[in-house]
Design a protein around this ligand. Structure first.
Ligand SMILES: NC(=O)c1ncn([C@@H]2O[C@H](COP(=O)(O)O)[C@@H](O)[C@H]2O)c1NC=O
Length: 511
């Protein structure tokens, strides 16, 4: 007779499994609560203490941690000495282990969880059994996921045993499972003790979606999400309509979301192409904000990803329905807007709270051979601390425009220049290898709209050449961090043309 050890916190489907195992000639050994449930159902079951000769103790902290259990899991069936030791110590071999763990993740997801509660929900005996069984997958079958009950039962029915391939697959799955479980515990306690960059980084993610391909069709890809969502994100968004998001969609949507979260007091619309904003508009209504974002660059918005910080109403949807767009992201859609937009087969509609929440606290970037982690580019911007470095100071309206463009430039790939007024970008120069080149792209895009516009630069001007070019096209005010050896040359150039310039003393590189 074969022996199965069953010890589960989540008891869903366990009686059906036990019934089937008994029919397949297994004897069942089980721990406290699991045993009770099985016995109550009138099924034969051996209590763990009958095997160990030891009571479950210390509030369940010690139940299965015993040589009579782990010997039965770890003994190599093909090793004479192991088998002799097993016989000498009266250890019964265990062939199948079914364990699911104390709900640590659910416990720490509760708001205001007490540390003591979290600690009691760290399972010790369960992972130990899973690991012992998984190490010995040559002979032992191990299940940590109810989704695997059926495949194991089917194989047992067919071959009276599981296949080696299945045991190996389940063992790998178990080690991923216990590693992820430990990563959550490590992460939680690391936060409790407040270590920002621990000597070992143990992250865990769950696969959310297999993607058709990556950045290009010949690249494979998958989308993984955090086990515990810390904020509304593209990973947690409800997709109301449209085909699956692609790899590039997810990145662009994330970029659009990060920018639109900058704005709360006015209606805001952000249009993104290839991770950079091609138009950002603010206004009193979402339709007016959309028109500003659209008119910023009516060419580039084609095939774009748009984020809104207010409900999309019918008036706005009517414009949107006439365009080719990839994704809309909004906190909600009016019923009429949704009815109209869902007629567009390929348009993806995402809904998630957009409430000005700060971005995740840290960002990760993979590099060959490693991972870089930094705190997010979040600075409490205080315009009253900006230094006016020129003879003329910006007017109140120019200052509002500088504040708006400064919020946008932070999200543009460096070298970044953006120009516009207090409600609209009209030219974006992104990702250039020199600053004056970025400015020229922004000016060309803006055309005549450079006249009287303001300019934001994500980093200081190493030379006065950008200001010289800005003066030629009628830029009237500039915001930049300052800090160049040649700051004075830039200030002199601005003064020469009567341009107002402020230094923020904060740089916003984005690579
Ligand atoms: N301490 C032990 O020896 C031990 N052995 C198994 N467990 C866990 O106890 C749970 C099942 O308990 P019960 O059958 O009493 O409801 C399972 O989640 C299992 O992973 C243990 N609990 C925690 O570590």
């Amino acid at each position: 007779m074969k022996r199965a050890l069953i010890s589960v916190s989540d008891k869903t489907g366990i009686l059906e499994l036990v019934e089937q195992l008994i029919a397949l000639n297994f004897e069942i050994v089980s721990t406290g609560g699991t045993k009770e449930l099985i016995a109550e159902a009138g099924l034969p079951v051996i209590g763990i203490e009958e095997v160990t000769g030891f009571p479950e103790m210390l509030d369940g902290r010690v139940k299965t941690l015993h040589p009579l259990i782990h010997g039965g899991l770890l003994a190599r069936r093909d090793d004479e000495q192991h088998m002799a030791a097993v016989a000498a110590h009266d250890i019964t071999l265990i062939d199948l282990v079914v364990v699911n763990l104390y709900p640590f993740q659910a416990t720490i997801s509760k708001p205001d969880v007490a540390l003591a509660d979290a600690i009691e929900n760290i399972d010790i005996g369960g992972p130990s059994m899973l690991r012992s069984a998984a190490k010995n997958y040559q002979s032992v079958t191990v299940i940590a996921d109810a989704a695997d009950y059926d495949v194991v039962l089917a194989e047992l029915r067919e071959h009276d045993d599981t296949t080696f391939a299945t045991r190996q697959r389940l063992a790998a799955k178990v080690f991923r499972h216990t590693a992820a479980y430990d990563a959550l515990i490590a992460g939680y306690l690391t936060t409790v003790v407040g270590e920002e960059y621990p000597e070992k980084l143990t992250l865990t993610y769950n696969r959310k979606q297999a993607l058709r391909y990556g950045e290009n069709p010949h690249q494979s890809a998958s989308f993984y999400e955090e086990p515990i969502a810390t904020q509304a994100s593209i990973a947690t968004a409800d997709q109301l309509h449209g085909k699956e998001l692609s790899y590039n969609n997810i990145r662009d949507a994330d970029a659009a979301l990060q920018i639109v979260q900058e704005f709360t007091t006015e209606a805001a619309v952000v249009a993104v192409k290839h991770m950079n904003p091609c138009g950002v508009g603010l206004s009193t209504t979402i339709e007016a904000a959309f028109l500003k974002a659209y008119e910023a660059d009516p060419t580039s918005i084609f095939g774009g990803v748009l984020a809104f910080n207010r409900e999309i109403d019918l008036a706005t949807a009517e414009h949107l329905s006439k365009m080719f767009l990839e994704i809309l992201i909004a906190p909600s859609y009016s019923e009429a807007a949704l009815e109209l937009l869902t007629q567009k087969k390929n348009l993806r509609l995402l809904q998630l709270p957009i409430d000005g929440a700060a971005p995740v606290s840290h960002v990760k970037t993979s590099v060959a051979g490693g991972l870089l982690i930094q705190s997010s580019d979040v600075v409490i911007e205080d315009e009253s601390q900006w230094e006016v470095v020129t003879e003329v100071a910006p007017t109140a309206e120019q200052l509002a425009a500088l504040a708006f463009q400064w919020k946008v430039v932070k999200h543009i790939k460096s070298n970044a220049i953006v120009i516009g007024d207090h409600q609209q970008t009209v030219g974006v120069g992104a990702g250039q290898m020199n600053r004056v080149g970025a400015a020229k792209i922004a000016f060309e895009q803006a055309g005549e709209r450079t006249q009287g516009a303001v300019l934001a630069s994500d980093a200081f001007f190493p030379m006065p050449d950008t200001i010289e070019e800005a003066a030629k096209v009628g830029i009237r005010a500039i915001v930049q961090p300052g800090g160049s050896m040649k700051d004075q040359a830039s200030i002199d150039e601005a003064n020469k043309h009567g341009i107002a310039m402020v230094f923020t003393r904060v740089r916003h590189f984005k690579h």
